[in-house]
Ligand binder design. Structure first.
Ligand code: 5AD
Ligand code: SF4
Length: 452
């Protein structure tokens, strides 16, 4: 950007902006990057939508209902604009990338900015302030926002997200992400380590390393390459009191080296999120997932052998194109065999221009998709309860995140296995590590008593 443009982009009146975020953890972290960019241009962040001069909505396109929710919010902002005609609205993220100028035609949107164009925001806002609608949806092969220290929008000051790579090369047939977030690129390790050290010094005690495909992280400099396991080890060495998590892993990149690194470093949490999507090898092939049911189950067996105290969670799609009852039953049986601790479960939603939208018919009737999804959810509830029941009587180290929503006398935190646990407050505070004896559970929560 030229110096002239920088001056043009400076906000003289200290206008305020508000960001609403939908979608994944990457989007939450992207909103923090956006906040940092705008604050550096002297815009003021507000948590109150009604005092904002500019509203940003950071959007998700993963399923049709994610987009519907955003359209609903844009209708509300349209009414808001009638009350306050100088209000500006910017659409960020995956829907901005997917729908591009179509969004500008809706009368409410002033700016459309894709995930790789956030550095241009001060300029686009300045142009919108003088009545010029703006769009930048260029995807980049390099942008990782490596030098930007995100403004933490979380409330607890204990756990933070750090993006280590962006984009996705996997081309799962159903997925919009390669189109909305572009090709994979990794962030330089020293910038990741610097950000993590700063977070620890500010009092953060848990960092989640993020990427659409986090375990395919790869950084090459001169002739040396750093892979995800090596990066994770470096980050784990920052401080033994800092817990590490990572998401999302692809089964094809879930290497033995990574499992052994986890086993070696106790501050890498005993939890792996490993989306399976389907238990049928035929469907996995149509999905272009690049592994079979057998390979996935072999990886689960390996995780359990190397990390016996690790929890495993997954993502499952019900009712993918051509899915038969037999395929669906393979999914149910795989869930039982893996014994997932937790799952995020969805009905297949056709996304425009993806490989499946172009080549296959969305042929499982809506009510059958719902029936299969409900069956998957019911089974997972049972599996989650069984997994939690096994925790009863165990002593676990819990990182306190804050007051329980139900009672100000209780705190909540997580075990290394990513299970939410509620226990009496005593004199503990957010950021403390507490040894808790687990007494009882539901399928979603553990309840316990501190041991000292
Ligand atoms: N329909 C339904 N679920 C989807 N996901 C991704 N694309 C779709 C789609 N078109 C799910 C996958 C992925 C999670 C983030 O969202 O399970 O792992
Ligand atoms: Fe939604 Fe995927 Fe984009 Fe995240 S990357 S916001 S989940 S479409």
């Amino acid at each position: 950007m030229s110096i002239a443009l920088c001056i043009f982009a400076q906000n003289m009146e200290n206008k305020t902006f508000y960001i609403e975020t939908y979608g994944c953890q990457m989007n939450v972290n992207d909103s923090e990057v956006v906040a940092a960019i705008l604050k550096a241009a002297d815009y003021r962040l507000t948590e109150r939508i009604n005092e904002a001069d500019i509203i940003f909505i950071n959007t998700c396109s993963i399923r049709e209902n994610a987009e519907q929710r955003v359209w609903g919010r844009l209708d509300v902002f349209r009414l808001e604009k009638r009350r306050n005609p100088s209000l500006l609205v910017g659409v960020l993220g995956c829907m901005a990338e997917r729908l591009k100028e179509d969004l500008l035609g809706k009368g409410v949107v002033d700016m459309v900015v894709g995930p790789d164009a956030y550095r241009q925001l001060p300029l686009l806002v300045a142009e919108a302030e003088v009545g010029q609608k703006g769009i930048n949806v260029l995807l980049s092969r390099e942008e990782t926002y490596a030098d930007i220290s995100p403004v933490r929008l979380d409330k607890n000051g204990v756990s933070a997200f750090v993006s280590i790579m962006r984009g996705c090369n996997n081309m799962c047939a159903y997925c919009v992400v390669p189109y909305t977030r572009g090709a994979e690129r990794s962030r330089p390790p020293e910038t990741i380590l610097r950000e993590v050290r700063e977070l620890f010094d500010k009092g953060y005690r848990e960092v989640t390393l993020l990427g659409q495909n986090v375990n395919s992280y790869s950084w090459t400099e001169a002739s040396a390459t750093m892979n995800f396991a090596q990066l994770l080890e470096q980050v784990a060495l920052v401080n033994p009191l800092l817990r590490l998590r990572f998401a999302t892993s692809h089964p094809k990149d879930m290497s033995d080296e990574l499992l052994h690194t986890m086993a070696k470093q106790p501050n890498i949490c005993r939890h792996i999120h490993l989306p399976v999507q389907s238990g049928s090898s035929r469907i996995l092939e149509l999905m272009n997932r690049k592994y079979t049911r057998e390979h996935y189950l072999e990886r689960i067996a390996k995780i359990k052998a190397v990390l016996p105290d690790s929890a495993i969670s997954t993502d499952i799609i019900a009712g993918f194109c051509t899915e038969t009852l037999e395929d669906h039953n393979y999914t149910l049986s795989l869930m039982k065999e893996a014994g997932f601790d937790q799952a995020f479960m969805f009905q297949y939603s056709e996304r425009p221009n993806t490989k499946t939208a172009r080549h296959f018919k969305d042929d499982v009737p809506a009510e059958e998709k719902t029936r299969r999804l409900n069956e998957i959810i019911a089974l997972q509830n049972k599996l989650s309860l069984q997994a939690n029941q096994k925790e009863i009587g165990q002593q676990r180290e819990v990182l306190v995140e804050g007051l329980s929503k139900r009672s100000s006398e209780q705190l909540f935190g997580r075990t290394s296995q990513n299970k939410v646990i509620v226990f009496p407050k005593k004199n503990y505070r957010s950021g403390d590590y507490v040894q808790v004896q687990i007494e009882r559970c539901s399928s979603a929560t553990l309840f316990g008593l501190p041991l000292d």
